[in-house]
Design a protein around this ligand. Structure first.
Ligand SMILES: C[S@@+](CC[C@H](N)C(=O)[O-])C[C@H]1O[C@@H](n2cnc3c(N)ncnc32)[C@H](O)[C@@H]1O
Length: 296
């Protein structure tokens, strides 16, 4: 498998409300404004997971829509189908299902969704990119290596696709701060960028890299702004997930020869703070919207 697709459905669903709260309103407004005069909008969601990006964004567009949800992991795509049907029924859409297509109608609004299992690294094999107006990707680009993201940007550019990408990881900070936080968080970020079969994932360098790639291309507009998760002491599940990711990654770094001295004690201090409802975590991400010079 070229990129990481082993994401648990409960984790993707847990992070949803943090993603919603974090999304940058200026970046979102720029995207909605760009399409405001279009009677219909067509969007490719790459790395769609369980459909979170569709569920969030489709309600923001008042017009009819055509979506392609591209996801490599068939279990996540199966869950996306279920989630979208539940969502549509709750929003009073009439739902029709035909193979990989879902069709939602409410009053004059018509939303067509195609669920496509495959790799977005081979997008033109799955669909005709020039038949769409925008690509969206949430919490995806930091998983990719430079070459992958660079090739995708070229595909978007050649097909005159706008791009809305959200929740690209940048950094994290715990409160109360611990003298060892910096060391372990840096090592966690080194793990994100470790050598994998496909190369080194961009991790926290993703947004800078994306911005540099687009700076070399003509664009009608380009906007990057922060989107931050605030994980409060009462958000115990989310803290639990984050601590588990840190622990797994840091243990893997230890097995690769990095010193694990002090790791157990550091994790233990975090767990005690979590239990006594003192732990806060702020995770910085960034959102990005860019529009092509010519409309597709
Ligand atoms: C962190 S999850 C984000 C999921 C979703 N966008 C969300 O906001 O909840 C990253 C997603 O990208 C998918 N993915 C990773 N590499 C992929 C590829 N090459 N082609 C298609 N999907 C991929 C993973 O399976 C996973 O569902």
């Amino acid at each position: 498998m070229p990129t990481d697709t082993q994401f648990a459905t409960d984790w993707l669903e847990e992070r949803y409300r943090f993603d919603v709260a974090a999304r940058n309103p200026k970046v979102e407004a720029a995207c909605l404004q760009y399409f405001a005069q279009h009677p219909m909008v067509s969007i490719i969601d790459i790395g769609a997971g369980t459909g979170a990006n569709f569920i969030y964004l489709s309600e923001k567009f008042p017009q009819s829509q055509q979506w392609a949800l591209v996801e490599l992991n068939p279990n996540l795509l199966k869950r996306a189908r279920e989630r979208l049907k539940i969502w549509a029924a709750a929003k009073d859409y009439t739902v029709r299902e035909d193979g990989q297509n879902l069709d939602f109608r409410r009053n004059d609004q018509h939303i067509q969704v195609q669920l496509l299992q495959g790799s977005f690294l081979e997008l033109p094999r799955l669909l005709q990119p020039d038949q769409y107006q925008m690509v969206t990707a949430s919490a995806v680009f930091d998983l990719l290596c430079e070459q992958m993201l660079s090739d995708l940007v070229q595909t978007f550019h050649q097909n005159r696709l706008a791009l809305l990408t959200t929740l690209n990881y940048e950094s994290m900070a715990y409160l109360p701060a611990d003298a060892e936080d910096d060391h372990w968080i840096r090592l966690y970020e080194t793990h994100m960028q470790r050598e994998q079969d496909f190369g080194k994932a961009l991790g926290p360098r993703c947004s800078d890299f994306l911005e540099k790639e687009y700076a070399q291309l003509p664009t009608a507009q380009m906007l990057r702004a922060p989107s931050r998760w605030q994980i409060e002491p009462a958000d115990t599940f989310m803290h639990g997930h984050m601590l588990q990711f840190l622990e797994q990654s840091l243990l893997e770094m230890k097995s690769m020869g990095h010193s694990g001295k002090g790791l157990d004690a550091w994790l233990q201090r975090k767990k005690v703070q979590l239990q006594s409802q003192q732990l806060r975590l702020s995770v910085a991400h960034s959102d990005f919207f860019t529009a092509p010079v010519y409309e597709g």
